[in-house]
Design a protein around this ligand. Structure first.
Ligand code: GDP
Ligand code: IMO
Ligand code: MG
Length: 421
């Protein structure tokens, strides 16, 4: 397959960055298609660890074209900071991507305060308010932001109603000159990269280039198919790639569903297979389960195949890439959720109503664990029998073949089971 999507199948942080970086060694183009700097994608190679928030995970490979597509919301200040260490790279930013401006961050924080006990636990990066403005037709496209005159006009136009909103939130006025001067510098920095990335991608496809689409977040955080309202404000599914990049749906050939060998979640909202106590702390520490973007401890749970089948159905998954398998080493018995019980009835779906999802109790099967160190394993055949059985069971329960797995954070701790890309 020449055009594949790397999609998170759970609540984010499945290891999409690592899998994208690994597969990028075989790609010509890597495209981020939604979200913004709420994402935190970790890439480890040559004993160095990198955290990417906005830039596609192909950025370490100088020969690859990296695209930030129209479905993204981009904070220019965060972009300027993130691009700093990179000297040689090929990058294109969509002229239709939307811009995150300082008031979006203020509104995000304010909305969270208003929600009180029902707060979503957002990353406070202004993602929801920026997508809200886009949908309300009040947003600013990248094309306007990098335009020498129109940025000024549009900012002036926006700041007046925005300052009324800020006043309503009990906050001080946003000063036009301060924002304009600061952000004009970012606009200058970004201008050379801004173009019609739909045209570019279609040209690259016509040249038969290999393209990876890198999702952010995970399917259960999808605005449409996730655990609403505890979701992000875009769609990380593979099916959202065409609209978020400007290519035809039939040009997407397949999707790699990145799946942790267990489950994690950051922020609020139900998580039926959540575990608390010593075992959760053990997994959290061993798996370094602290948010890449916010540093928050991630909630830990057993593998949940109900959500994985949901992700497979709404997103389409050709293969699974199972990550963090090494973290489960040494646990005697591993549980896998195979269905839920809701009000005394067994169900095999994610309910639309969050109150129902909160009441879902997982039904588990138990698999024997393994004790052998697997961090140096180089092929599927080298895995202990119990690890193989765990992967086989996972694949059977989800109905998707295992294409890859990973046994440590480093690029070279990634194993291809099949030549999938
Ligand atoms: P993403 O948002 O999906 O890209 O994932 P994150 O980078 O936020 O979180 C995944 C975390 O797991 C990072 O700290 C990775 O370095 C780490 N990681 C990825 N794969 C493995 C693995 O197979 N084993 C271990 N121990 N860590 C891994
Ligand atoms: P990556 O790409 C994990 C979660 C937040 C919150 C909800 C809404 O690294 O997998 P937002 O700021 O998007 O409005 O927050 O979504 N969230 C993530 N959780 N990984 C992410 O990205 C996330 N991006 C957002 O914690 O619950
Ligand atoms: Mg992450």
């Amino acid at each position: 397959m020449k055009r594949m999507v790397v999609v998170g199948t759970q609540w984010g942080d499945e290891g999409k960055g690592k899998i994208t970086d690994y597969l990028a060694q075989r790609a010509d183009v890597v495209v981020r298609y939604q979200g913004g700097n709420n994402a935190g994608h970790t890439v480890v190679f040559d004993q160095k660890k990198y955290s990417l928030h906005l830039l596609p995970s192909g950025i370490f490979n100088k020969n690859i074209t990296n695209v930030m597509a129209n479905g993204m919301v981009i904070n220019p200040e965060a972009f300027a900071e993130e691009i700093k260490p990179f000297e040689t790279f090929k990058l294109a930013i969509s002229d239709r991507a939307h811009v995150i401006l300082p008031y979006h961050l203020e509104i995000d924080k304010f909305n969270e305060q208003l929600r009180g006990d029902h707060k979503i636990g957002t990353t406070n990066k202004g993602i929801g308010p920026a997508y809200t403005d886009k949908a309300s037709r009040l947003g600013m496209r990248m094309s306007t932001f990098v335009h020498p005159i129109r940025f000024k006009e549009k900012l002036m136009e926006i700041l007046e109603p925005m300052n009324r909103e800020m006043y309503g939130m009990g906050k001080g006025n946003l000063d036009f000159n301060t924002i304009y001067e600061k952000f004009s510098k970012y606009a200058e920095l970004m201008r050379p990269y801004v173009c019609d990335t739909s045209l570019l991608l279609n040209e690259l496809i016509a040249q038969d280039k290999k393209i990876l689409f890198e999702g952010a977040q995970g399917v259960l955080l999808c605005l449409d198919h996730g655990t609403y309202p505890y979701v992000t404000s875009s769609s990380p599914t593979a099916s959202s790639v065409p609209v978020n990049t400007g290519i035809a749906p039939w040009l997407v050939e397949g999707a790699i569903g990145v799946t942790k060998a267990y489950t994690t979640r950051v922020g609020s909202g139900p998580m039926p297979s959540e575990i608390l106590g010593d075992l959760a702390s053990h997994i959290r520490i061993k798996g370094n389960e602290f948010g890449t973007t916010t540093g928050r401890p991630r909630r830990i749970g057993w593998l949940d195949t109900v959500i994985l089948r949901h992700s497979k159905r709404v997103s389409g998954l050709s293969y699974l890439a199972v990550t963090l398998l090494d973290v489960l080493t040494g646990i005697d018995e591993l549980k896998i959720a195979v269905s839920y019980t809701l009000d005394g009835i067994t169900i095999d779906k994610v309910p639309a109503e969050i109150e129902d999802f909160e009441k879902c109790l997982p039904n588990y099967i138990t698999m024997p664990g393994w004790k052998e160190d697997i961090t140096q394993v180089k092929s599927y055949e080298d895995l202990p029998e119990n690890t193989k059985n765990y992967l086989i069971k996972l694949s059977e329960l989800v109905g998707v073949p295992i294409g890859m797995f990973s046994v440590g954070p480093d690029r070279n701790q990634t194993i291809m089971v099949k030549e999938i890309f």
